[in-house]
Design a protein. Structure first.
Length: 461
């Protein structure tokens, strides 16, 4: 799977050569199965997300565009052009902090899959072509993430948006069968739409949801423009004014070398709590402590939570949520919600009465976070939770990663159960099963229309 630097001169050219040369037959079965599960998980989040109030302005915008009916919008009554479908579906897929995550690529599926599927529908692509396109998009984001991830977060850029445009361009280019020359230009074009700040994790704002959708649309459009002859800079990544220097990464190509030797899609994190990744370990620890002990929240004196230092500012700083995004980025709200409701339902994070619930707020005020040194070899997304009771009793759990993280992998059943749960308010059980069966056998489809036809509000369109 590795492409050497021989005969290619820039990072974009090397990525382009690898994307163009990859074939479905090159993929290990484990990678194929993981890709299908990512598609299933993303479609489940998209379909649920299509009903959520925070992203309805995006649907209304799409409905106002009288476009050529090329591609399906999830739970939409009409089709639209491929770029708009990618924009809307990507936004739906990132609407509730429930899509997958990755330590290198951040959130890849909500940027890559909508672009790949929209174009696959338009271009009459096969299921095998879709799988290969999705894999290439995720891999490109991860390779770039080895040089950019942590530095971007320090500066305040959202990696899903910055790298998402390139993942979407790779996936779209694969569906369009672009040449390496065209793909390299697609990367250069897409770079002009890279961006997206993370100020939402300080003061809220639903604009974060657009980062996946706009990345998906921009990457798709970049691929179409490159096919039509439009051009971009060949040194867009390592150049003096390129992506690495502008977004806090490295200009040293050597940093990328090790990234070529691994299928990064296997390291994807499936989320089973609808919140930023830094809150998952403490939420799971609290869940275990509640299940193992008879804890009455009214008897709690203090909850102490040890986190990696970066997690404190990226998930633990918001104590009074004012919208869904600030609720999903509030560790305290997630813990309070779990104690009061017994669960962390995605829909509760959109309920204003929950944000203002005095019982939940009183639990938030009991929480004390502090930085800990995560043991060597453990994921940075680990936590130590200590619940101290008023009567002197105490309960403590160190949570190494969490369910869905590569150190505690989700099973196929876990992901399928999540899919069914996401469709509870959206679809009949029969339709949900039809979608699931279509995704899990998609490699046998000559065209993806059998799947996309199930995703609209009028299946069989």
């Amino acid at each position: 799977m590795k492409v050497t630097s021989e005969n290619v001169h820039t990072i974009s050219q090397r990525l382009a050569k690898w994307v163009e040369s990859l074939r479905y037959e090159d993929l290990p079965m484990e990678v194929i199965e993981r890709t299908k599960l990512l598609i299933l998980d993303q479609l489940g989040v998209q379909l649920m997300g299509s009903t959520l109030p925070n992203v309805q302005p995006v649907r209304r915008l799409a409905d106002s565009i009288k476009a050529v009916p090329e591609s399906t919008i999830s739970q939409g009554s009409v089709r639209t052009n491929a770029a708009t479908a990618a924009y809307v579906n990507g936004t739906f897929g990132h609407s509730c902090e429930y899509d997958d995550a990755h330590m290198l690529a951040w959130h890849s599926s909500s940027a890559v899959i909508p672009a790949a599927l929209a174009l696959a529908e338009r271009e009459n692509a096969s299921g095998k072509e879709l799988i290969t396109a999705v894999l290439t998009g995720v891999q490109v984001m991860c390779i770039l993430g080895t040089a950019m991830g942590q530095a971007m977060q320090t500066v305040g850029w959202h990696g899903s948006k910055v790298m998402g445009v390139f993942g979407a361009a790779a996936a779209a280019g694969k569906i369009l069968k672009l040449t390496p020359f065209e793909l390299a230009h697609a990367f250069g074009i897409a770079a002009s739409d890279a961006g997206g700040t993370m100020e939402y994790d300080q003061s809220g704002g639903e604009v974060k949801r657009l980062h996946a959708g706009s990345a998906s649309r921009s990457g798709l459009e970049a691929a179409l423009l490159a096919r039509s002859g439009f051009t971009g800079p060949s040194t867009i990544f390592e150049g003096q004014r390129g992506i690495f220097k502008n977004f806090g990464g490295t200009e040293e190509p050597q940093r990328l070398e090790d990234a070529w030797n691994h299928w990064h899609i296997l390291d994807t994190i499936f989320r089973f709590f609808p919140g930023v990744g830094t809150v998952h370990a403490p939420l799971e620890a609290v869940l275990h402590l509640r299940e193992e002990n008879d804890i009455d929240w009214r008897g709690i004196k203090k909850i102490r939570i040890g986190l990696d230092s970066f997690a404190i500012g990226h998930g633990a700083s918001i104590t009074r949520p004012t919208d869904a995004i600030s609720a999903q980025f509030s560790l305290g709200f997630g813990i309070g919600l779990q104690f009061i409701s017994g669960q962390n339902s995605p829909h509760d994070y959109f309920d204003q009465s929950r944000w203002e619930d005095p019982d939940i707020l009183s639990i938030i005020d009991l929480i004390e976070t502090y930085a800990i040194q995560i043991p060597e070899g453990d994921p940075a997304l680990s936590a130590n939770v200590e619940i101290i009771m008023k009567d002197g009793r105490g309960y403590e759990r160190y949570q190494r990663g969490f369910r869905g993280h590569p150190v505690s992998p989700a099973t196929s059943k876990d992901i399928q159960d999540k899919f069914y749960k996401n469709l509870t308010r959206v679809s009949s059980a029969m339709r949900a099963t039809d979608i699931l069966d279509s995704v899990m056998s998609i490699e046998r489809m000559d065209r993806v229309h059998r799947l996309t036809g199930l995703l609209s509000s009028n299946p069989n369109h």
